[in-house]
Design a protein around this ligand. Sequence first.
Ligand code: CTP
Length: 216
Amino acid sequence: MHVLLTAGPTYEPLDPVRFLGNRSTGKMGYALAEAFAAQGATVTLVSGPSQLPDPASPRIHTVRVETAAEMFAAAAEVAAEADVWVFAAAVADYRPAQVAVDKIKKSGETLTLELVKNVDIAATLGQRKRAEQFAVGFALETTNELAHAQDKLHRKNFDLIVLNSLRDAGAGFGHDTNKVTVLDAAGQIVNFELQSKADVARGLVSLILARLTPSS
Ligand code: CTP
């Protein structure tokens, strides 16, 4: 089995020394890569800038990228041949409209940046998903969590969506623990306890594998 995984943040350059980014560490995505590899899968881990070292498993091929556009190109290259897609990356929704060649100098009292929308990696690949392929998305929500997650699942053609709520202590960016809720297209819900990201990853991988090979 071949798994395509996106992980970490993206950095969108503004000038040679500055970028727009976010606080994603990549921990959840890297833990998922390890958990899939432990089950014998081959993993292509397309990672935005993360402090984490490349996973040591020979089954995990790590591709380092910086921007959403680079992440899309790397993911699109292997998407057709992957059996499972997991979109754990915190992709920047917008990027600066212009990237200055030289460092932007301080001038006026305010500075307005124009931003343009980035490609939605999950949604774009979702349109090309074949019936036998399985896609899993993530959603980080602060309000109307279940409704927003259900909406994203349908819009992006996911088979499962993993919902993180920032309301839960110990969940989300930077923590070693996570508390997630998994939804499927039929509206079925599985709640995971607060546990280490490694344990959440193992639980998610067994749930995904069970969906791929139904026992009946
Ligand atoms: N995603 C992606 N490419 C993007 C944005 C999001 O692949 N440009 C993926 C994420 O990896 C995640 C899912 O889509 O699996 C949902 O991401 P999220 O940022 O919650 O969704 P958005 O569509 O950006 O919605 P929001 O308005 O809540 O930011």
